[in-house]
Design a binder for this molecule. Sequence first.
Ligand SMILES: [Zn+2]
Length: 374
Amino acid sequence: MGSLDELAALPPLAKDDLNTALAHLEPRAAAGATWLFQSGGSTGAPKLGYAPTGFYMAGVHAHWQPLDRDDTFVNAWGAGRMWGAHFLAAALADLAGCRVIALGSVTREEYGEWLGFLADRRATAIGGTPSVLRLWFAHARAAGLKLPALRKVLWLGEAWQPQLDEDLAAVAPQARRWGMFGSTETWVVGTNTPDCPADTFHPLPRQLVHAGPDGLLDFTTLDPEVLNPVLRYRTGDAGELTTCRCGRPGRAMRVLGRRDSVVQVRGLGLHVDELLARAEREPGVSRAQVVITEYGGRATGVDLLLLAPAAARTGGVDTARLRTELLSATFTLSTAFQHDPENFRVRAVHELVGNDRTGKTAGFVIRTADGETS
Ligand SMILES: [Zn+2]
């Protein structure tokens, strides 16, 4: 591979192709440990990946320094279970020379006590997956707790959630968001600052980003130290190249969300994003999730879960009306459940189905009838 033209002539690499290639590789880091981790798995089955100690964060820190020596950084990404984000953030903190509270994930009952501890320690920065950060700040807001010293919120792994801005305004009004975009196949591709829109990132010099004619982004890693580098890898995210309003010169990438959200239900394609967008327009619904239950490879039921924390005050969400409307307006649902419409359900819940390992709450989850979640 000698030139950009040759690279552009390659077909994009899909997740299944990469998994086939990884199954034949057993790379080793040139120095230090080789970390085996689980790659992917937010919406599908996880596969094995490899990374050296440091997780390539020196290249990120050279261009993006949200943390400095005076910070006390709370690392709220889950640790262990072969998941990389906690250790990646720890590597960044190491380069910044700040103080670190390696918190990881906590249970619902523990939030109050830990929030008090973090306020006492005058934590200035916290980092996590937006789904996890929402739990922290929603809990703090509901309990009237404040983190007055907090200035920085680092995030990676999912799109920023606008509800976080509302909760932060109440809990930590000085805090600003600092985002990383990437995947466990590409590692960190780009970063942004509080001056950038939340969906816009500046690619790092060692990452090539390309937006295809179909609107899908593909990524090429140029770092020679990457143990399993990718050429034109498609993460499933749609996006475009743009200029950023922060004024930093050069092309930025705007990420428009995932495009791999069509799932097969009884042989028909269900557009999960459309269903979620409709549900999230319902008054009081802060977030929705589609849970597909399968038995023997066939969908036995589809549940639309509605997280509606504020709706209790206004008499709740009219799930029966929404269900009737969705069933008649969604071809896939009305056709697939023609003979057993009772197996499409709409329910208001207190909690969506999260992935304990990644800390993410995906838009759709497939559950097999024996209880396994993927
Ligand atoms: Zn910018």
